[in-house]
Design a protein around this ligand. Structure first.
Ligand code: NAP
Ligand code: HSE
Length: 429
């Protein structure tokens, strides 16, 4: 067997602890798969005196990150956040160390700088755990589909919001109750903004789209809307029309360009994504030659995420033991990145309107005036004088939908546009 491959672990929280445990308990199998022993050189933490999980040998803890990075062949960054993670990863890459990270926020914000440093040094940069936790997704998109043309990705990539929306759908919970339940179960942070406002999903969408479309998609290119405005009434209306509401990360490539967005959307009950329950993740990929692919599993949690990190550690350690290098960034494509206004979508609109002659005709006229074709209309009495309307459209440009919604505010008899939800997928397509 070759010389031992030395692993520096930066961060010993939910994921780092489980990576230490798996590296220790699976060491014989890992060594056999790599072709060399794989040893933990140390675990960087802020305070070495803080009690840690029993799986983490106290003697491995260090508060000297630079010395640890220098002593290792592979640096596994599991601290999260932008700094000092960025600085430490760059420090490792310029020294030619392989890097494994689960840090989606860092990759979405500073990916190009990290890829360039990896290329300049000829070092591996692996990040399977950064998108959808345990689910093998980065590798399939980056490697298995590298000879195909990915046209669309539809993903449930945030478990917290999927859990909340599922509870609202299945158990009729209000948003606030679902959020509190997600916090009590440890899915949502005390400050849930990154999850409920879609920022976590947007970072994952930027990473996935960059890999799928072979061009750099920055976080600012991703249109982002969260679920904080979704009400129990929206969920009920979705159920009545045969849909569920999911927070989707959508990356599309059309003849006009590429578009990447995160927003809540209606998904038909027959579609595979509709049946993704609880905190699970799933990603539906469409490629020209492969057709439809679906990836499903646990998108978070210490042990599931550590599984993806372990896969990356084995891959880069194999290169160190046996030679070679993993895939580099490919960013040759130059498709225009479209703003949300240029994308096309179907929508379901809920309107509270006066229940008297001519109101429905005036509403229909507002849609027609902007070239938006109505597919279905459902009306129910709201009270003695007003009605709730649920209007679904055919596909239209987002800018035309926006103009229609603005025009509806001025239509005599329209009380309120209660919600506008995009319809992302119907049955199995
Ligand atoms: P965590 O539980 O908060 O642990 C972070 C660890 O990093 C802690 O040990 C913390 O030290 C250490 N740390 C943070 N900042 C540091 C600094 N400036 N200097 C030294 N140590 C520092 O985080 P996690 O949930 O394991 O997540 C780690 C990474 O995995 C993140 O990038 C996250 O996005 C990603 N990820 C997590 C999950 C998941 O389910 N948790 C899933 C997919 C990806 P202290 O112990 O001193 O606080
Ligand atoms: N907070 C994320 C989620 C997990 O709920 O899916 C890590 O990305």
């Amino acid at each position: 067997m070759s010389e031992p491959v030395k692993i520096a672990i930066l961060g010993c929280g939910t994921v780092g602890t489980q990576v230490v445990r798996l590296l220790t308990s699976n060491s014989a199998d890992v060594a056999a798969r790599v072709g060399a022993p794989v040893e933990i050189a140390g675990v960087y933490v802020r305070d070495t005196s803080v009690p840690r999980d029993a799986a983490v040998p106290v003697g491995l803890l260090t508060s000297d990150a630079i010395a640890l990075v220098e002593s290792a062949d592979v640096v596994v960054e599991l601290m999260g956040g932008l700094e000092p993670a960025r600085e430490l990863i760059l420090n490792a890459l310029v020294r030619g160390k392989a890097v494994v990270t689960a840090n989606k926020a860092l990759l979405a914000a500073h990916g190009p700088e990290l890829y360039e440093a990896a290329d300049a040094a000829g070092a591996d940069l692996y990040f399977e755990a950064a998108v959808a936790g345990a689910i093998p997704l980065v590798r399939p998109v980056r490697e298995s589909l590298a000879g195909d043309h990915v046209t669309r990705i539809l993903g449930i990539v945030n478990g917290t919001t999927n859990y909340m929306l599922d509870e609202m759908t299945t158990n009729g919970l209000d948003y606030d109750v679902a959020l509190k339940q997600a916090q009590d179960l440890g899915y949502a942070e005390a400050d849930p903004t990154a999850d409920v406002e879609g920022h976590d999903a947007a970072a994952k969408a930027a990473i996935l789209a960059s890999l799928a479309f072979h061009q750099r998609i920055a976080l600012e290119d991703v249109h982002c809307e969260g679920i904080s405005s979704i009400t129990a009434q929206d969920v009920h209306a979705a159920t009545v029309s045969g849909h569920v509401i999911k927070l989707l990360a959508i990356a599309e490539r059309t003849a006009d360009g590429v578009a990447v967005r995160v927003h809540p959307a209606l998904v038909g009950l027959e579609h595979p994504l509709a049946n993704v329950r609880g905190a699970f993740n799933a990603v539906f990929v469409e490629a020209e030659a492969a057709g439809e692919l679906m990836f499903y599993g646990q998108g978070a949690g210490g042990t599931p995420t550590a599984s993806a990190v372990m896969g990356d550690i084995v891959s880069v350690a194999r290169h160190i033991a046996g030679g070679g290098r993993g895939p580099r960034e490919t960013n040759y494509a130059t498709d225009e990145v479209l703003g949300i206004e240029s994308t096309t979508t179907r929508v379901q609109v809920r309107i509270l309107a006066a229940d008297r002659p001519g109101v429905l005709a005036a509403i229909a006229q507002a849609f027609a005036a902007h070239g938006v074709s109505i597919e279905t209309v459902r009306q129910q009495p709201a009270d003695a004088t007003s009605a709730g309307l649920v209007i679904s459209t055919h596909s239209a440009q987002q800018s035309a939908i926006d103009a229609t919604m603005a025009a509806l505010q001025g239509v005599d008899g329209v009380g309120e546009v209660l919600s506008v939800l995009r319809i992302a997928a119907e049955g199995k397509e």
